[in-house]
Design a protein around this ligand. Structure first.
Ligand SMILES: [Zn+2]
Length: 179
């Protein structure tokens, strides 16, 4: 499994819902997890590997890019217990204050440190690998990663955001590892 070039049309498509139990879906998630580890990214979406499917993975270390808070089904969880975490058929609601932060993307290797506005908090309804319906609530850096990856499922890339002059942000250059 490899990243597709930035000109691949799948990067501009609306992703399609998947069946979590389909063997090709499960194989794709295994391949994506391996690629995410290899690239040391903090997130990877299926369109980035040429699949038009509504799947993304996150793998956010504790100290990457700024603090993160995470709750799954109402319970606080440690980032370390969610590495990686697979989101199937996610629905993302983003809210709260908007801040600019620096992001890169594995699909845009020649673009570094683009300033992207993101909401502070997200709520994500998604299907887990075992088919269960889950609710994840996140804030901080994890919320930024989720918004970046969800954009990929809607055909949006970081270069689509208008660039702003102000670089005022508390988020560190670890953002370059957002994929
Ligand atoms: Zn990306």
């Amino acid at each position: 499994m490899n990243l597709v070039p930035k000109t691949h049309p799948v990067l501009r498509q609306q992703a399609l819902a998947v069946n979590p139990f389909a063997p090709d879906v499960r194989a794709a998630i295994r391949g994506m997890a391996a690629l995410l580890k290899k690239t040391r990214g903090v997130g990877l979406a299926a369109p980035q590997v040429g699949l038009p499917w509504a799947i993304f993975l996150t793998d956010v270390p504790n100290n990457a890019g700024g603090p993160s808070c995470l709750r799954i089904n109402g319970k606080s969880v440690a980032l370390s217990s969610c590495r990686p975490l697979a989101f199937l058929n996610p629905k993302v609601e983003a809210f709260g204050a908007i801040s600019q932060g620096q992001e890169g993307c594995l699909s845009l290797p020649d673009v570094r440190f683009i300033s992207v506005p993101r909401y502070e908090c997200v709520k994500v309804e998604f299907t887990a690998l075992d088919g269960r319906a889950m609710l994840l609530e996140a804030s901080g850096f994890f919320a930024r990663v989720v918004q970046h990856e969800f954009d990929h499922l809607r055909g949006t890339l970081i270069t689509d955001y208008p660039q702003v002059e102000s670089m005022a942000t508390s988020i560190s250059c670890e953002m370059s590892r957002v994929s």
